[in-house]
Design a protein around this ligand. Structure first.
Ligand code: URP
Ligand code: ZN
Ligand code: ZN
Length: 465
């Protein structure tokens, strides 16, 4: 009789610490054993392949309501397709809050939308208006319900919080045992630079990078850390764009401040000059902080190797070029400040990081797994259920052909967005099978999803849990 329902046989298993030739036995939706000479009722031959934990993308925008009433085009259904296509099996998107409104105005609707999710998910709660009721009633209740991270923006109209508001979110998070995720750019500095640029007729996408140079991000990062140090609340800094900013984080980590940080493929692959592309093309690369220059990529990899940046997310943002991205690019009224920020990257995340990181010798295999799965799962209270290969963990796996060369195209991304900023980039290493809680959800680029199969994952971070 077979010991396991499903056996992944003959592959090279990679975890955040080890690379071992062995089999993985799965019973139902969970990993039951790793070892040799196991037997299974069904067998998947993984010879020649890497067997890694399914990716955990801890920063992606899915079906998110914006203050103008629009909703991100990427639905939970299409996001799941794209995630599975790229080897990711868990996502953490954002429930919105808008100024003048309680969190309760939108959270129930977002939770209802998420119930259709084919992919397992946890949630971050955005906080844009930390009124007394939000801080003392809503945030504790939300944390008790398993949402273990609050997100604040130090820039963006109309989402940003001032220092006093940020401090009250830090206090609320400290009481609830939650982590605060911070978008670090200086609101007033960007406003000042943008006004100057528009006055000088610099209205094209390229001006986006000029409106927010590195120092704007570095100042806000320092301030976010200093105030977190004051309140003694753990923070996680989103989308660090360059080594100069990471240096602020490294200094704080060295003196024991509870700060962790992520970067994203766009800061390791794209550059600010991509926004100089002719015509409207530049808007396809517009995200915040701005991608820096190619010469900055090496410094960011060094910060990853030092462990200063220990999470790699996509910051996937669903604005199609024929839709919201392009609509401010027509006619005489082009205005870079009105073009929505953010670029898609759910499916491209793992292949880009594998190719640029592992294949080019910047990081080793366990580091790849830690950055893309284990560390985000730990940071947001989902480990050891997610982000590792161990008995008792969910059977979320990606089988990876490390030799396969692929040219990235938008069709391969399997998202709903009409472009990818990574079009034409050649990568080495590609997912050939994705398994989510014991079920094959992608095989040779063919994705299968089932609405509602995704589970809401409570964060084990909060003290209330
Ligand atoms: O440009 C970006 N990153 N857009 C998405 C929203 C955010 O700031 O994370
Ligand atoms: Zn952000
Ligand atoms: Zn984001």
């Amino acid at each position: 009789m077979s010991e396991y329902d499903l056996l992944i046989k003959g592959g090279t298993v990679v975890t955040g610490v080890d690379v071992i030739a062995c089999d993985v036995g799965i019973n139902g939706e969970q990993i039951a054993a790793i070892g040799t000479n196991l037997t299974g009722a069904r067998t998947i031959d993984a010879s020649g392949l890497l067997v890694m934990p399914g990716g955990v993308d801890s920063h992606c925008h899915i079906e998110q309501l914006e203050p103008d009433g629009s909703i991100h085009e990427e639905s939970f259904g299409t996001a799941a397709r794209s995630a599975f296509a790229g080897g990711t099996t868990t996502v953490i998107p954002f429930a919105p809050q808008f100024k003048g409104e309680p969190i309760g105005a939108h959270l129930p609707d977002y939770r209802a939308r998420a119930q259709k999710s084919p992919i397992d998910y946890s949630l971050h709660q955005m906080v844009t208006d930390p009124s007394e009721a939000v801080v003392f009633n809503e945030l504790p209740a939300i944390a008790a319900g398993g949402v273990g991270s609050f997100k604040v923006f130090l820039t963006y109209d109309p989402l940003h919080v001032d220092d006093g508001q940020y401090i009250s979110v830090l206090e609320a998070a400290k009481r609830a045992g939650a982590v605060v995720c911070v978008h670090c750019e200086n609101y007033e500095a960007i406003r000042w630079r943008s006004e100057q640029l528009l006055k000088d007729g610099k209205t094209q996408p390229a001006a986006h990078a000029w409106s927010r140079p590195k120092v704007v991000e570095r100042e806000a990062t320092y301030r976010a850390i200093a105030l977190a140090e004051l309140v003694d609340t753990p923070i996680h800094i989103f989308h660090v764009s360059c080594a100069e900013v990471a240096e602020e984080i490294a200094r704080a980590q060295a003196r024991g401040v509870k700060v962790t940080a992520e970067t994203c493929p766009q800061y390791l692959v794209l550059s600010g000059s991509d926004m100089d592309r002719p015509g409207k093309e530049g808007a396809k690369y517009m995200c915040s902080p701005s991608p820096r220059e190619a010469a900055d990529h090496a410094g960011l990899w060094a910060m990853i190797r030092r462990g200063v940046l220990d999470v790699l997310s996509s910051d996937h943002c669903g604005y199609s070029f024929a839709g919201d991205k392009g609509k401010w690019l027509n006619g005489p009224d082009v205005d870079f400040t009105r073009i929505p920020n953010g670029i898609p990257g759910l499916a491209a995340r793992l292949p880009l990081i594998f190719s640029e990181g592992v294949v080019k010798g910047e990081i080793d295999l366990p580091t790849f797994v830690r950055l893309t799965a284990t560390n985000p799962a730990k940071r947001f209270g989902l480990h050891p259920r997610k982000g590792t290969i161990a008995p008792g963990a969910d059977a979320d796996l990606v089988l990876w052909d490390r030799e396969r060369k692929v040219s990235i195209t938008n069709a391969r991304m399997q998202h709903t967005i009409d472009y990818t900023p990574y079009e034409g980039i050649e990568v080495t290493g590609w997912p050939v099978k994705t398994i989510a809680r014991g079920r094959v959800v992608m095989e040779d680029d063919e994705v299968t999803t089932e609405d509602g199969r995704g589970l809401f994952l409570k964060s084990a971070r909060t003290s209330a849990n």
